[in-house]
Structures are given as structure tokens and as C-alpha cells.
Design a protein around this ligand. Structure first.
Ligand SMILES: [Zn+2]
Ligand SMILES: [Zn+2]
Length: 466
């Protein structure tokens, strides 16, 4: 407890120690109280009226111009009064109160619901017109003006006169299942929007039935559409699709049964750690590099690749990981390649123009389509970036420079039970593989097979072996 501030808190508390100031007031328009009554309502009249209904729970009744603020002692009393309304001067219909300040929120009747949206991270110097532009882009019509939040005491919640930079506004509630994106750009700056009901971890909204980006499948009322051409009545890969075309030069893969897939169970080392699949290796490295050691050790023990992925997906990505993950994936696939002869042979044997493609809905690593959709859709219409396929293609290219497939599967030294020898072998094999990306001809190997012509590009730093 900080004593300096502590004194102030205590003196403030001593005045009204029984009152919880974190309870928001209720609001009532004074004009609503005057119906059929000539005499002006006094605070005493209102006090008698409210007390009759909820007993000794009223803390303060304050009239400011046309607005009453009704402060209650408990949340229960507030909820009761808000839901029951006020039985006022024998008017048979109850008089309902406002949950938020109606003038601030821009509402005209107590049953008009509003949604409060906070705008965080925008410098105070940015003009409100930029905010209005952002709201316009999001198709939001605020019911209030843009309001500036003030710093409050952390315990008593009393408001100070100092701004905290956060702005907020009120709008009509969104349809069920819809919410505003948290990350936005305003005046070229990154800002965040927060409101009640917004999921904590936000996926970008996408309906997997009609592919609109403003709701989820659960709340979809549209006909289902093709993910590729967005037309109704067929699925990707069907002949009616605008993007239909049978792909003849692709090697499609997915799932635990396909050795090309990261989900295929196989034990190999990456960065000196033994993993049960490429997926395990990737998610483990992600967790380590993002500082989540606890998840990393769980991933290492995960019984299968899917479990490893689910664990890794929960790890919060940092910027460094976002930038390095493709390079890490390449290292992992290289390691799988030099340590798994079957994998290496499979990609080496593929034709030069083969396009490797992971047929998963993953928009980064796969085609974004299922198998049927992938093999029957023009490649430039695939929805995913197919990064995993690109990495495998790149490594396959290096491999094809070898005349014989097994030349570097086992370095000279016989495999030894000693761990450090094994690690040295892996390191040597990786060096051999990577060397092919820098030069066409490596001493001791013949790189003249026909496939290498397309790689006879800029020779990086000339080799020392000429
Ligand atoms: Zn939909
Ligand atoms: Zn289509």
C-alpha cells in the first residue's frame, strides 16, 4: 500500500464508508417525471418514491439540468430498480430508468439498448474526424459523439479531470454473432477497438458457408457458396466452377498417412532436439522462441502432430517469430530430408515442374482448399499461399542436383551409437544439402543432370573449390 496516496483514500472513504462507489448510477430524465403533474418534482419527493420501492439502498439523488443521477448502495438494488422501473405517484405504468446517461449515449428511451465501444492506442493529437472516417469504413453509425475517457482512481473509481487518451462512443448493438475487429488503422496508426461481447482472442471473421467476412457459419442465413469463385450451387473443384481446371503437374499431400505432410509421424532431430514429427518440431520451436517454455515441453511430449499443433496455436506469436517462421520451417524440412531417406527419395524423384501442395484449409502453409478443390482448381486461384509446398519444392530442387540419391544419406564415418557423432553427421548432411543452393557444382558431385539448368542462375560467392 502506498502511504502517500493511502491517506487521501482513507479520508475520502471515511465520509461514506458504507458506499461502494464502483456502482454506476442509474439515469432518469426529469421531463419524464413531470407527466400529468404540475408541481415540480423535488429531490425529497423522488427519494421517498425510490425508498418506498427498494428500501434504504439510495445513496444519492442528483439533478443536473434535465438529468437525475441515482446512486445506489448495492448492485442488487441497482439491478432491481433498473428491471422493475419506478412506481411513481400512482402512475400504473412503471417509469424505467436509463442504464447509461441517455444524453451521452444518444438514446431516446430506456429500452433502447446501446453498445459502448472504446478506442485505444490513438494519440490524443489525432483529430476526431479521422475516427469518424474509421467508423465510416467499418459501416458504424455512432449514436453518440466521440467522448474522451478520464482517469479514475483505481479503487474508488472516482473520476479525475485528466484524460487517459482513450475515446469511446455508443452505437446500436450489433447483430448476434457479429463483432467489430479489434485491430484497426486510423490516421495511418494502429488502434484497437474494444466492446462487450467481443471475443478475447479474435480470429478474423469468416463464414465457412458463404465466405462473407462479417459473420460466422453459426449465424449464416445465406445459401452456401463456392470458396473460390464465390458463386452458389457448387463446391471448389466442381466442373461448374469458374476456376475449374484439372491440374496435372501437382503432388498434393495432407494428413498423417502421407510422408510429405508435417503430420506424418517420424522421429528426427532439429537443432539437437528429437521430435516425433515436423509439426512437433515447428510448434516446439515456436513456443521456445516466443518464450513459452511450459508449452514447449508439453509439445515435445504430445502424442500426435495434431495435439502438438493445438498446443502451439495457443502460443502468442511475437514479431521475431512472425519474421523467422518460414526460415525455421525450411530448416525443419531440410532436417527431415537428410534424416528420412524415404522422404528425401520421394521429393527427389518428382518431376522438375512438380508443384508440391499441401491440401489443407490453412491459408499460409496450404492451398486453402481440400484435395478435390486443389487438384481441380487453377493454381493462381488457390486461396492459400502454399508456403510448405514452396519450401519442399525448393529443397527438391537442391536434391535434383545430385546424380545419385544416396550420396549423402550416410557420410563417410559409420553410424556410431554416440550422440555427438550422430549430430555431426546431421550437420554435415545439412551442409551438403545447403551448399547446392549456392553453387551448381560441388566438388566431388556431378551436378550436370538436366534439372539443374533452371538453377544455373547467379552464382553466389564463388566457391573455393574451383
Ligand atoms: Zn455466411
Ligand atoms: Zn466456384
Amino acid at each position: 500500500m502506498n502511504d502517500q496516496h493511502g491517506d487521501n483514500v482513507h479520508s475520502a472513504e471515511s465520509v461514506n464508508s458504507s458506499v461502494n462507489k464502483t456502482i454506476k448510477p442509474l439515469y432518469l430524465k426529469n421531463s419524464d417525471l413531470q407527466i400529468g403533474d404540475q408541481t415540480r418534482m423535488t429531490d425529497y419527493d423522488l427519494m421517498i418514491c425510490v425508498t418506498k420501492q427498494i428500501g434504504d439502498e439510495v445513496h444519492c439523488l442528483q439533478l443536473d439540468r434535465n438529468l437525475w443521477r441515482i446512486y445506489l448502495k448495492t448492485k442488487d438494488a441497482r439491478t432491481k430498480l433498473l428491471s422493475e422501473g419506478l412506481n411513481y405517484k400512482n402512475i400504473t405504468v412503471s417509469l424505467y430508468m436509463y442504464d447509461t446517461n441517455p444524453y451521452l449515449a444518444g438514446v431516446n428511451s430506456p429500452d433502447q439498448k446501446t453498445l459502448k465501444v472504446r478506442i485505444c492506442g490513438l494519440p490524443l493529437s489525432v483529430d476526431d474526424s479521422a475516427v469518424m472516417e474509421l467508423l465510416d469504413n467499418l459501416k458504424i453509425k455512432p449514436t453518440s459523439k466521440i467522448i474522451y475517457e478520464k482517469i479514475r482512481h483505481p479503487v474508488t473509481k472516482r473520476m479525475t479531470s485528466v484524460l487517459n487518451g482513450t475515446r469511446f462512443f455508443y452505437m446500436n448493438p450489433l447483430e448476434e454473432g457479429k463483432y467489430l475487429p479489434r485491430e484497426n488503422t486510423c490516421a495511418g496508426l494502429r488502434v484497437r477497438l474494444y466492446h462487450y461481447g467481443q471475443p478475447k482472442v479474435q480470429r478474423s471473421l469468416l463464414c465457412t458457408n458463404c465466405w462473407s467476412d462479417d459473420h460466422t457459419r453459426q449465424f449464416c442465413r445465406n445459401e452456401s457458396r463456392c470458396k473460390v469463385c464465390k458463386k452458389e450451387g457448387h463446391m471448389p473443384g466442381d466442373e461448374q466452377c469458374d476456376a475449374f481446371e484439372i491440374q496435372t503437374n501437382i503432388t498434393a499431400f495432407s494428413g498423417t498417412g502421407d510422408i510429405l505432410s508435417n503430420f506424418f509421424p517420424c522421429t528426427f532431430d532439429v537443432y539437437g532436439i528429437k521430435h516425433q514429427s515436423a509439426e512437433h518440431a515447428f510448434q516446439y520451436t515456436k513456443s521456445i522462441r516466443c518464450g513459452d517454455l511450459e508449452t514447449a515441453s508439453k509439445i515435445k511430449e504430445a502424442p500426435d502432430a495434431l495435439s502438438a499443433k493445438k498446443l502451439g496455436d495457443k502460443v502468442h506469436e511475437n514479431d521475431q517469430w512472425r519474421e523467422s517462421k518460414f526460415a525455421v520451417m525450411e530448416v525443419i524440412i531440410e532436417n527431415k530430408c537428410v534424416q528420412m531417406p524415404m522422404f528425401k527419395e520421394k521429393i527427389r524423384a518428382a518431376k522438375r515442374n512438380t508443384v508440391f501442395v499441401e491440401t489443407t484449409f490453412n491459408g499460409t502453409w496450404g492451398s486453402g482448399l481440400d484435395r478435390k478443390g486443389t487438384v481441380n482448381t487453377k493454381q493462381n486461384m488457390w486461396l492459400g499461399k502454399n508456403k510448405l509446398g514452396e519450401i519442399i519444392s525448393k529443397i527438391a530442387k537442391k536434391l535434383r542436383k545430385r546424380k545419385k540419391s544416396d550420396q549423402w544419406s550416410r557420410p563417410k564415418s559409420k553410424q556410431n551409437s554416440k550422440e555427438n557423432t550422430r549430430q555431426r553427421d546431421i550437420a554435415q548432411m545439412l551442409r551438403d544439402l545447403r551448399m547446392n543452393s549456392d553453387t551448381d557444382s560441388v566438388s566431388g558431385y556431378n551436378a550436370s543432370d538436366t534439372d539443374s539448368s533452371e538453377d544455373a542462375q547467379p552464382k553466389a560467392a564463388a566457391t573455393t573449390q574451383t
